[in-house]
Design a protein around this ligand. Structure first.
Ligand code: SF4
Length: 83
């Protein structure tokens, strides 16, 4: 899912994705950026409203995911942003 529909005018254009094939549902990303991610019915995380979170919190979510399932990209270049 893209952050482009909401909030990309607030700060740099980014996209936020979760790889469901990797996600083990331990909720670390939701702790780091609770507005950006919510639990789905399987207990995995899904993208909610990343524009409501600071880039710092989103990067913390990337750093806290033990399986590398949280991916934040520059919406214009597609470049993965590293914490
Ligand atoms: S931190 Fe990673 S593994 Fe844990 S719920 Fe979030 S995306 Fe899934």
């Amino acid at each position: 899912m893209s952050a482009g529909s909401k909030g990309d005018t607030v700060r740099r254009n980014i996209t936020v994705q979760i790889d469901r094939d990797l996600c083990i549902g331990n909720a670390m990303c939701r702790a780091a950026a609770p507005k950006a991610f919510i639990a789905d019915s399987d207990g995995q995380s899904t993208v909610a409203d990343p524009a409501a979170e600071s880039l710092e919190n989103l990067m913390e979510a990337v750093a806290s995911c033990p399986v590398g399932a949280v991916v934040v990209r520059d919406g214009e270049t597609g470049e993965m942003l590293e914490p």
